[in-house]
Design a protein around this ligand. Structure first.
Ligand code: PHB
Length: 390
């Protein structure tokens, strides 16, 4: 068939008779924008590995269409560069879909563009609630800070934690995390003794540790983007005797599995609420880890891995259902449910954001002595984005 099409096309015959089948069986391009260089380059690597795991397990075809991924390097938080890359992917590379996006400002920068060009865009990470409201073409199978922080605050209160200091990176997701924690904790009767907003560029957390220690709270609730900021903060927490002073660490994604080894035993017992642990106990996760090990020996599975793997799944389902008929793609996946390596999930038909379990985890050692995030409680099942009014 392909040979016949080629022959006819070569003869200058435009193959109207075959146009239907040609349209039904063609390559659909997906542009993936993420950091592949700079301090956050691990994100791009984790995204790409996870997409490759998905392709290895499911094949290169979504239904009758071959899927081609084109990767572009945004560096770190870089809204104007990200917007240019998206433009280039849409206009020059003629992609039908976009994916990726670690940082909230980067995701927000493409909203007007994807709305106008009608490009379904699957967010693999960026986690400020408002993003999905900025374009009907966004679908977010990652998580939001509201989604994981409300359960964290509820759990903290249940443990008898009565006072807290909040310390967050001062931009979209940090601000969401602060409001979500404060609102929930105070409603239950907890007291927030201080709220610290730290610049994204901070690398020296010593002064913030002192400010937290001076307040002597039962716990410090933290959000920092996974990567060098979260790593440096946790290291500083460990080195400043906070645990010994009885200030419990509460966070979300700060115990990123790609940094646990480097944090070492000092991280043991630190508690976070999240939608995925690399050590999630399920066959689906074990299959994910097995293929990941084949593709990238020694690589750890973390939040980026599960966001990209499920992102690839959503993209495949859209492409399978509608090919390049992109105005229908988002509708095709609204309400869709599937089993992820993180557990059972679905896409909220109203918000286009993922509904998922939120687990409480603490850093522990597995049977081989490797540091893991051990899930020990499902604090809440089937949680929607609690930051979006329904
Ligand atoms: C975000 O910018 O939305 C973001 C970045 C890194 C994270 C979480 C959220 O680990």
């Amino acid at each position: 068939m392909k040979k016949l099409l080629r022959t006819l096309a070569a003869a200058g015959t435009i193959v109207l008779a075959f146009a239907g089948s040609a349209a039904a069986d063609h390559t659909v391009k997906v542009g993936v924008i993420a950091p592949f260089s700079g301090p956050f380059a691990i994100w791009g690597k984790q995204f790409k590995n996870a997409v490759e795991v998905y392709v290895a397990q499911n094949g290169k075809k979504a239904g009758t269409h071959t899927v081609e991924f084109i990767y572009k390097d945004s560096g770190g938080p870089n809204p104007s560069g990200t917007k240019s890359l998206a433009q280039e992917l849409i206009v020059r590379d003629k992609v039908d879909y976009l994916g990726g996006f670690v940082f909230t400002p980067n995701a927000l920068s493409v909203a007007p563009l994807i709305q106008k060009a009608k490009v379904p865009t699957v967010i693999f990470n960026a986690a400020t609630s408002i993003i999905v409201k900025k374009s009907d073409y966004f679908v977010r199978p990652s998580f939001s800070l509201w989604q994981v922080t409300v359960p964290m605050a509820e759990w903290a209160w249940k443990q008898g934690i009565k006072t807290a200091v909040i310390a967050v990176t001062d931009y979209g997701p940090g601000n969401d995390a602060e409001v979500a924690f404060r609102t929930t904790f105070e409603k239950l009767g907890g007291k927030v003794l201080d709220a610290i907003r730290m610049p994204l560029s901070t690398t020296d957390f010593g002064p913030f540790m002192q400010r937290i220690k001076d307040k002597n709270p039962n716990a410090v609730f933290v959000f920092l983007p996974a990567g060098p900021p979260s790593f440096a903060f946790v290291k500083s927490y460990n080195e400043n005797g906070m645990k010994a002073q009885g200030i419990q660490f509460l966070g979300t994604g700060e115990m990123d599995e790609t940094t646990l080894d480097a944090l070492g035993d000092a991280a043991l017992g630190l508690t976070t609420a999240y939608h995925y642990s690399g050590a999630h106990d399920s066959d689906k996760n074990r299959a994910f880890l097995k293929t990941l090990e084949e593709i990238s020996p020694g690589a750890a599975a973390n939040l980026a891995s599960v966001g990209a793997y499920d992102g690839a799944h959503v993209l495949y389902q859209m492409i399978k259902a509608v090919g390049s008929d992109r105005t229908k793609a988002v509708a095709a996946v609204k309400g869709m449910a599937w089993e992820s390596p993180r557990g059972p999930v679905s896409l909220d038909p109203d918000t286009r954001h993922i509904i998922q379990n939120v687990y409480i985890r603490r850093v522990a050692k597995d049977e081989n002595g490797k540091l893991i995030n051990q899930e020990f409680d499902i604090i809440r099942k089937a949680v929607p984005d609690l930051g979006l009014p329904n």
